[in-house]
Design a protein around this ligand. Structure first.
Ligand SMILES: [Cu+2]
Length: 119
């Protein structure tokens, strides 16, 4: 019984990873085409941020959405921004006015890390 659960869980993870990869590949050309995009999104799923590293232009508003059944938050390592705890489907937005690399993490699950690079 336990074995079946572990098997199902790992299969789900593989499927999720594949889905993420497809999504990333699908959105990459669109992002390259539209250099003037002023808003973009980071999805929180399966205890990770997608994309892991998001590159945007100065002035872009990034919106994080929690797609997990557990609460998460978004906290800048350099204390530039900090969201409240987000429940399922809750969002947090921040507008990046200055170039730089903004590392961030979830303070509830500090192993969840990612970055926004602003050019
Ligand atoms: Cu979290």
């Amino acid at each position: 019984m336990k074995k079946i659960f572990v098997l199902t869980a790992s299969l789900m993870m593989v499927l999720t990873l594949l889905a993420c990869e497809e999504r990333a590949q699908g959105t990459a050309p669109a992002a390259a085409d539209d250099q003037s995009a002023s808003a973009t999104a980071v999805k929180i799923d399966n205890f990770s941020f997608t994309p892991q590293t998001l590159t945007v232009n100065v002035g872009t508003t990034v919106t994080w959405t929690n797609g997990d059944d557990v609460p998460h938050n978004v906290v800048s390592t350099d204390k530039v921004f900090k969201s409240k705890t987000m429940d399922t489907d809750e969002k947090f937005s921040y507008t990046f006015a200055k170039p730089g690399t903004y590392n961030y993490y979830c303070s509830i699950h500090p192993r969840m890390t990612a970055a926004v690079v602003v050019k």
